[in-house]
Structures are given as C-alpha cells and as structure tokens.
Design a protein around this ligand. Structure first.
Ligand code: ADP
Ligand code: MG
Length: 243
C-alpha cells in the first residue's frame, strides 16, 4: 500500500471516494470523489442538505456500507475488501455509533443495552454489567439502569445510546444527527456531553443539518451534490452556556 507516514498518523484518511446506488436500471451517484482527513482529537461536523450524502459517507466510514472506489484508512488500517466478519470485528474495536433514533433494543433494560457491545468483545457477563454500570453512571443514569427504553425520555435514551457507544472505548465516535429527535434544550444538553467527551480526547465525527449544532464542533465539512464544497475550522460554541 502507498500510505505515507503522514497518512498513517491520521485517525481517518479518505481519498477519491465514490459511491452510487443502483435504482432499477439506473444508478444514483451519491459520493463523487470525497477527500477527507481527520486527526486524533478532532470534533468534526458534516453538514449538507437532505440527500447530499452525509449518512452515506458516515456509513462508509462506520463500515456499515462499502464505497465503490477510493481509499479509506482508519487509524493506519486500510479498509477495503473486508469480509463481513472482519468488518464487524473492526467496527466493534474502533467505532462507537450514535443515531438520531437512538437504536436501542426495546425489550432490554438500559444497562443491558449498554452491555451489549461488550458481549462481542468476549467479556464475561459480570464484567460487562460492571462496565455498563460505570458508563451509565458517566451519563448520569445510574438510577435508570433497570428501566426499559420506553420508560425513558428522548434525552435519556440518547444518553443510554452514548453510554453504549462508549462502553467498548472506541477510538472514533460517529454520530448521525444525534440531536435530530430532541428539543433544543435537550439537544444542547447532549451536545455539552459530547463536547466534554471531545475535551477528554475522544475523536468525534457528527452529521447534522443544524447550524447551531455544527457550531458546537471544531470544524465544519460541507457536502453538496456529492462533493465537499467547504472545510473550515470554527470557534467552537460551548453548549454548556445554554444548558
Ligand atoms: P443525507 O444523509 O445527506 O440526507 P443520504 O446519504 O442518506 O443523504 O442519501 C443520499 C442519496 O442517496 C439520497 O438521494 C438517498 O435517497 C439515496 N440513498 C441513500 N441510501 C440509499 C439506498 N440504500 N439505496 C438507494 N438510494 C439510497
Ligand atoms: Mg442522513
């Protein structure tokens, strides 16, 4: 592989990434040559109007989907032609996910949801529950450990999802519209928490279409018609000033 030392120290290095979806007999070219590097410790917002390819890009970065062409290096590791099994192992080891719709398992309690990814790490049940309780505590939900998702507010559900994403100590946290289903106050509350994680060193890549949320990140990458049209640093707004 031709990856230079410089590329290898990036958390993420993407070049000339393309992705099309087949729709009947035709195809929709969604990503048209994306070049993107993210360093360890960054907090990046990916912005763009609905349909601009934000989720597609995030899903490829998250190894939930595959690009048609281009290169993708994650923490020095070339990601291409992975078997499903290997992709799952890398996903579990390197990545945490947060989604707009929380994606919690409805019939499992908060603590069981948080413990679930640890199962795939081969930890014993006692250790899994211990770690899950620790991470639930970090998001302030100690008292809610045994509750089902339907008994929690939107903000609490997203906190459980954050705890779950962090349980396996991922190198990179990926969030697709993490505040998209929350009211303004709860959004700021969640963003304050995500900023704190970044302050502690976690690398964060977040999709959003809300300017105020993007301004709480340190860098904004704008997508339009499948290409990056802007990539600028921002003076981060602290969510805590609203909370
Ligand atoms: P965004 O997250 O920016 O709203 P997406 O990445 O979800 O955009 O989608 C980009 C485009 O690709 C949209 O036109 C969408 O309809 C289309 N698309 C997304 N996923 C699929 C899929 N699995 N099959 C076909 N088309 C898709
Ligand atoms: Mg999307």
């Amino acid at each position: 592989m031709g990856a230079s030392i410089n590329q290898i120290k990036n958390m993420l290095h993407i070049t000339s990434l393309h992705k099309s979806y087949a729709i009947g007999d035709s195809s929709l070219h969604v990503l048209k040559g994306i070049d993107l590097s993210v360093e360890t410790g960054e907090m990046v917002a990916i912005m763009g109007s609905s349909g601009s390819g934000k989720s597609t890009l995030l899903n490829i970065i998250g190894m939930l989907d595959e690009a048609d062409s281009g290169t993708y290096i994650l923490d020095g590791l070339p990601i291409d032609d992975l078997t499903e099994k290997k992709a799952a192992v890398y996903r579990n080891k390197f990545l945490g996910f947060i989604f707009q719709s929380f994606n919690l398992i409805n019939y499992k309690s908060a603590i069981e949801n948080v413990a679930l990814p640890l199962y795939y790490q081969g930890l014993k049940r006692k250790k899994r529950l211990e770690l899950a309780r620790f991470h639930l505590g970090k998001v302030g939900l100690d008292a809610w450990a045994e509750h089902l998702p339907k008994e929690l507010s939107g903000g609490q559900k997203q906190r459980v999802a954050i705890a779950r994403a962090l349980a396996a100590n991922p190198k990179l946290l990926l969030a697709d519209e993490p505040t998209g289903a929350l009211d303004t106050k709860t959004s700021h509350d969640i963003m304050a928490f995500i900023q704190q994680l970044n302050d502690e060193g976690k690398t964060i890549l977040m999709v959003t279409h809300e300017e105020d949320i993007a301004n709480m990140c340190k860098r904004i990458v704008r997508l339009k018609d499948g290409v990056i049209i802007e990539d600028t640093p921002v003076d981060q707004v602290r969510a805590s000033q609203y909370v």
